[in-house]
Write a protein that binds this ligand. Sequence first.
Ligand code: UDX
Ligand code: UDX
Length: 427
Amino acid sequence: MDISIIGSGYVGLCTAVGFASLGHKVICVDVEKEKVDKINHGVPTIYEDGLEARLKAAVEAKQITATTDTDYAVKNSEISFIAVGTPSKDDGSIDLTYVKKVSRELGKALRNKDGYHVIAVKSTVVPGTTDDIVIPELERHSGKKAGEFGVCMVPEFLREGKALHDFLNPDRIVIGELDKKSGDIAEKIHEKLKTPILRKNIKTAEMIKYASNTFLAAKISLINEIGNICKKLGIDVYDVAEAVGYDRRIGKLFLEAGIGFGGSCFRKDISALLKKADQLGCEPKLIKAMLDTNKGQPLKIIELLEKKTNVKGKKIAVLGLSFKAGTDDVRDSPAAVIIKELTDKGAFISAYDPNAVENMRKRFPGITYADIGECLDNADACLILTDWDEFRQLEDRDFDKMRNRIILEGRRVLGRNKVRGFEGVAW
Ligand code: UDX
Ligand code: UDX
């Protein structure tokens, strides 16, 4: 089938390459001409495992093309996904500016198209958004009634760093549908994926995405709180988590304690849900507490560091800048909170990351970026903040050039007994 995707960011581009891998033809749309040109040359705009080769192959096979022209994209496809960002406003509520703008553009494009077309919301939006904002915009600008065109909400569950794998091996696909005709088309484009397809109404699909992210983030905050207690007691929380995870009701995944969750989704989405709950007169105390716990978690590594040394005027090596391994994304990265706090306290940061240096440089142009050896050379302390495999390879002797052997981990990377002078934030 012919698919168009409006917004070629992390989600839009990975989804495009995923659909191309299933044999569909995809038109990527983005307002940024530079991104469009790159995609047309088969060059990804983001780092994601396996993306480059697949994108190149799909562009060469003419399965993926990119344009800035929404009208063209709608005319030449049967279904259009909205995959633009939904950032947080200052008060934590969801900023729907881009979703609204794109809905307006899609409405105008629908006016110029005769055949049936489905609009599918992929961006994470608070329950009610598609019904209350997207559909009215589409109707107003197309001059047509929803039903004459199709509407779906198909949330994404892609982890950055594993996005293509997750696209091709999903645990489930959720389709929120306006009507059967819309849902059938959304289901058809996924038919090659052997996975349960759950068809619900639109609002329910929107909520499923928030509920999933909330559960995942809750697991992390809970194990972090347990880890903080373990730390005081001299217990390794990873031993606790291993045993707890054998209980199938709990499960083994997402029990890695450390400096807390980051990334473009968890904090943003949970804040948006809390704001929505607030408007509805609900008071989800537990969900609010999860965010509070997470906010404090990156600072734990600084507390630990300051027990060992005064940081003012010291050289601190920071290894790992992205919010997790496998991505160049620094949105909500705990490393940014830690760097800001340490520079405010007068420390000198020497930072390294395999992929995220350029993105972090935009945030912190004034710190030093160097390779691992230079970062560690004469350093007063080393903080390992991302679980890149490269850091797991580090040996005791790699730290010999440090002035002081203070090595603290925000993620479980080195493990116990591998390196002298090593300690974890929550274990
Ligand atoms: C996505 C989802 O859309 C978001 O709701 C979800 O919670 C996380 O994942 P993401 O792909 O990470 O967001 O966002 P980003 O990388 O910022 O990409 C958005 C793209 O849309 C950008 O390339 C931007 O240029 C483009 N865009 C934005 C448009 O093409 N038109 C616009 O009007 C606005
Ligand atoms: C998340 C969801 O997993 C995905 O389904 C959704 O569509 C988008 O948001 P992502 O943000 O890419 O994906 O990363 P994820 O792997 O979920 O990790 C989020 C954060 O939690 C990272 O900072 C990670 O380091 C942290 N984390 C994860 C922990 O601190 N401990 C864990 O046990 C697992």
